[in-house]
Design a protein around this ligand. Structure first.
Ligand code: SAM
Length: 472
């Protein structure tokens, strides 16, 4: 039985409910009356139910699909404006005891180079990331209680926050590690993490079990209920995701919205972010061996419908996607992107030799962070290195209220501009700096509160004079 308030995975992600919704969406994909009513509701910008969202995703009426794309763009603009938050992944260790059939870190892979960063190596990696201009990291690790116990992850977080190199600093560490206990989530919370990220991979229990035949990750319920444990431990910024390409996208699209609804109903706060990774080629992984690959068109429609269904949730896209694809989804709802990423263990400080491959997957967007920053500004976006909300305690529902009240123009916008200014002063190439210096005064004009506008202008002058780390 479907129950959004149930603590049990199989009840808040009910297979029966998903199948009923998929049948309803299929039956109504050309039903103008039903689809127009969904779009009318969506115009209120308060989200859609999973059933409405999948029906919109299935819509075959071209004029209504156009309306969906335009609305997604408007919602993005209304809640997030033109800011795009920047981050980089940092791979700590690829030791793993799981058997995930799509991931080259699976335990049976004997020829991939296994690596685990020492604290000295982390210092080198983080200094290299700071020298690029990064302020926000997503830590990545395989699951291996012997090689990567929670104590190791905590030690790494501690090391990362302590590195002060030139004007650099990592101000927010997000963590993407395997599902764990409430006790361990409490330790992560105490270590000062930003978002706890865990991808569901697929919400279909049967496929999930086939894709995860061995290891602790094979427990569907334990994995699916992880975010409830994280919230119980006090981590109120959680990030969910589906690995598109593993299972039927319609099923997983419905599942992820049900998960967001569950978190909102059961934990009192919806997910902070949704990630939309797509399966990529990797060491011994051939994405063509999986039957559920999706086209760029469907991928874009998924992003647009997610934006409409969960307007208050940030959306993340990584360098798994090409420049071209990233450009298309930026205006449909994506609010965070990575840049200059390496998916190998230790790839930032030193280029990895080809025969020494420790990477998790092939990257499609290989540009440097500086190139990505300039490209974003050329497209009319403001790249943001802001980490203020989390540092000011605006997490969970406090962040959501700020977003819902549409006050971020007087908070996130000046913060984005100030952190962009830091980037321009400390790390940008002359070309990028020239573009940014023109953009900042124009963007300052958009701040509606005159007091905030004046303060932000002063802070930006202070940054030029050498001061750092201002925030609202
Ligand atoms: N070990 C943790 C776990 O299992 O959740 C951490 C996550 S792993 C380092 C990060 C994510 O990479 C996985 O959750 C999965 O979605 C994704 N991933 C794995 N193999 C991939 C591939 N071949 N292509 C694209 N993404 C992949």
């Amino acid at each position: 039985m479907y129950d959004v308030m149930s603590p049990k995975a199989e009840e808040f992600i009910s297979d029966e409910e998903i199948k009923e919704c998929l049948a309803y969406a299929e039956a109504n994909k050309n039903n103008r009356e039903v689809l127009e009513a969904i779009l009318d509701k969506a115009e209120e910008m308060k989200g859609l139910s999973h059933k409405e969202a999948i029906t919109l995703l299935d819509c075959e009426l071209e004029d209504l699909n156009e309306r969906t794309y335009k609305l997604a763009e408007r919602i993005k603009q209304e809640f997030y404006g033109n800011r795009i938050v920047m981050f980089a992944p940092l791979y700590l260790s690829n030791y793993c005891i799981n058997g995930c059939t799509y991931c080259p870190y699976h335990a049976k892979n004997k020829h991939i180079a296994r690596k685990k960063l020492t604290q000295e190596e982390i210092v080198k990696e983080v200094m290299a990331l700071q020298d690029m201009g990064h302020k926000r990291l997503a830590l990545e690790a395989g699951e291996d209680p012997k090689n990567n116990p929670i104590e190791y992850i905590l030690e790494c977080i501690n090391t990362i926050y302590s590195i002060k190199h030139k004007n650099g600093a990592i101000r927010r560490v997000n963590v993407n590690i395997a599902a764990t206990t409430v006790e361990n989530y409490k330790k992560l919370k105490d270590a000062g993490i930003g978002t706890y990220i865990l991808f569901q991979e697929t919400y279909n229990k049967k496929s999930y079990e086939e894709l995860h035949p061995t290891g602790p990750k094979s427990d569907y319920a334990y994995h699916t209920e992880a975010m409830d444990r994280a919230q119980e431990a006090g981590i109120d910024d959680v990030g969910i995701g589906v690995l598109f390409g593993l299972n039927n996208y319609r099923y997983d699209f419905t599942g992820i919205i049900m998960h967001a609804e569950h978190l909102e109903a059961y934990c009192g706060c919806g997910p902070h972010t949704i990630s939309v990774p797509r399966l990529r080629r990797a060491d011994d992984i051939d994405p063509d061996a999986f039957d559920n690959g999706i086209s760029d068109e469907i991928f874009q429609k998924i992003v647009a419908c997610l934006r409409i269904a969960v307007p208050y949730t940030g959306m993340i896209i990584s360098t798994r996607e090409s420049q071209e694809c990233r450009e298309k989804v930026l205006h449909l709802g994506v609010s965070q992107i990575s840049g200059g990423s390496k998916t190998s263990v230790g790839g930032y400080a030193e280029e990895e030799a080809p025969e020494d491959n420790s990477a998790q997957f092939d990257i499609s967007d290989n540009r440097t962070l500086d190139e990505v920053v300039k490209w974003l500004m050329d497209l009319g976006y403001v790249p943001s290195f802001c980490t203020a909300c989390y540092r000011e305690g605006r997490t969970g529902d406090r962040f959501m209220s700020l977003l819902k009240s549409k006050q971020i123009i007087n908070c996130c916008h000046p913060n984005a501009l100030m952190t962009l200014k830091e980037y321009l002063e400390d790390y940008a190439s002359p070309e990028t700096k020239a573009v940014g210096e023109k953009l900042i005064p124009e963007e300052l004009k958009k701040i509606t509160n005159p007091v905030v506008q004046k303060k932000a202008t002063e802070y930006i002058e202070n940054i030029h004079e050498g001061k750092r780390d201002f925030r609202f």
